[in-house]
Design a protein around this ligand. Structure first.
Ligand code: BG6
Length: 468
């Protein structure tokens, strides 16, 4: 795209995304229970990059006020984080007073600093005692989640305007139950589909709880509820076969339409369910579910965008683990790669997504809830003053914002942009390998924060809404 200045709307959130389990640390204080990340860290710390487990987060709990001030000083108006279920409730589903206080303090700090806080209720952080009762495969856990959501709405309803039920609900079925990449390393597609289905119900039940709590006056009239997912626009060969196009359709169906239909229509795409059934996969449905799912419609959607999906017709029906395949990856020769993370950089994908939302879901309001670039060994990129020279990050964000601004000019109902993660944080089993921040966290110096070169650029864009 030719260099020119793009303008984002005035009335547009510009902020940061992060999560409780990746920042808070303090995993054992305040009567917090273990979640699966703590359990995995305890069982096999060697699975974590440089043996850094969940325990410390990025020291946010100790630096909360300082971090919020720093985000504000970068011109950001909003921050999304998550409540940890394992911190807020005890094993009997009652409020843990120390956990409640923890989040009251966080919201009070955000208010004092002048940051709008967006609160998500679940970010891959299943409490371990619930996982031992079957996790998302068990309907009782689905109901326990709805109960947790209800407690959160009723406890913090006057402190938070923007609520989200889940972050990337597609990821646990994928990482924990299909690829077996995350603890407890399950590779069973039927179980993965049951988890995806039950999370969809959990989302809808939480929205139902939200509406009830609002009706009863626990929430602000102006509050909103949403769901956040990662969306991957699928592409295939230039001259595709019918089978390539079918691979695109199913990839889009499972990754994107499943969630878009749930949050806009209150139902799941029948063609995807039929395709699963045709492979012998039956979802654990009950007659009452369609009424539950009907409550899954939201006020707006969070769209995490990192990379597209390049697919082609699968060479076989199943993979080596017997998992049904609907598509094979296709290596696009022109792909620009972020080699640290192995993800393709394709800013136009965000524009294509925005057009898809506008054309296929015209009433849907949404915002970019995550977008970012994680890079390894940024310590080698320091100048003589010790400042990381991350021009690639400026380039990455600028190009995404340009395509986004263009989509908005063409009618996309996008209401904001949150960058993941403005301050470096802990990335699951990759720990601190790939750094996303505009602000460095120095692990050699007690988590000290230091702005990278890109921080000044971010500040200019966030305060002017001009992308140059
Ligand atoms: C998103 C998640 O998928 O991507 C975050 O919501 C995650 O939790 C981010 O940290 C970046 O991915 P990763 O694996 O590099 O940390």
């Amino acid at each position: 795209m030719a260099q020119q200045t793009y303008r984002l709307p005035d009335d547009f959130f510009f902020g940061a995304a992060m999560s409780g389990p990746q920042t808070e640390g303090h995993w054992r204080s305040g009567d917090k229970l273990e979640n699966l990340w703590d359990t995995w860290s305890n069982l096999r710390i060697e699975d974590f990059h440089n043996r850094i487990g969940s325990y410390g987060g990025n020291d946010f709990t100790n630096r909360r006020h300082e971090d919020l001030v720093s985000l504000k000083s970068l011109g950001l108006d909003s921050v999304r984080t998550s409540i940890q279920w394992s911190r807020l409730l005890d094993q009997d589903g009652n409020i843990n007073p120390a956990g409640e206080q923890y989040y009251h303090d966080l919201f009070a700090d955000a208010r004092e600093v002048g940051i709008e806080i967006f609160v998500n209720l679940y970010h891959f952080d299943m409490p371990t005692y619930l996982f031992r009762r079957g996790g998302w495969e068990n309907r009782e856990v689905v109901e326990a989640y709805a109960h947790y959501a209800s407690k959160a709405f009723r406890t913090f309803g006057k402190e938070v305007h923007y609520w989200f039920t889940f972050n990337e609900p597609i990821v646990e079925p994928e990482q924990r139950y299909t690829s077996g990449y995350w603890y407890p390393f399950i590779k069973d597609y039927a179980r993965a589909c049951a988890v995806q289905y039950n999370i969809s119900l959990a989302h809808a039940l939480a929205v139902r709880e939200y509406r009830a709590a609002k009706e009863e006056g626990y929430l602000h009239d102006s509050s909103r509820i949403g769901l956040i997912n990662c969306f991957t626009p699928p592409y295939t060969h230039k001259n595709p076969s019918k089978a390539d196009l079918e691979a695109v359709r199913m990839t889009d169906g499972v990754s994107n339409r499943w969630w878009l239909d749930l949050v806009t229509k209150g139902e799941l795409p029948q063609d995807v369910i039929d395709a699963l059934n045709s492979r012998g996969i039956e979802l654990p449905t009950r007659p009452e579910d369609k009424y539950i799912l009907a409550d899954g419609k939201v006020d707006w959607l969070g769209c995490n965008y990192y990379h597209p999906e390049r697919v082609q017709a699968p060479a076989s029906d199943t993979d080596e683990n017997g998992i049904p395949k609907f598509a094979d990856p296709y290596v696009w020769p022109e792909a620009e790669m972020n080699t640290s993370r192995g993800w393709e950089i394709y800013p136009k994908g965000l524009y294509d997504l925005a057009c898809k939302f506008r054309n296929e879901y015209p009433d849907l309001e949404w915002f970019v809830s995550e977008n970012g670039m994680g890079v390894e060994r940024e310590d080698l990129k320091k100048d003589k003053n010790g400042v990381i020279q991350d021009d690639y990050r400026i380039d990455f964000v600028r190009r995404h914002l340009e395509w986004l601004a263009r989509a908005i000019q063409e009618g996309a109902k996008c209401r904001g942009y949150h960058y993941w993660a403005v301050i470096d944080n802990w990335s699951w089993n990759h720990a601190f390998k790939n750094r996303y921040g505009f602000v460095e966290v120095d692990l050699e110096d007690n988590y000290r924060r230091r702005p990278k070169k890109s921080a000044a650029w971010l500040k200019k864009v966030a305060t002017t809404h001009m992308v140059e």
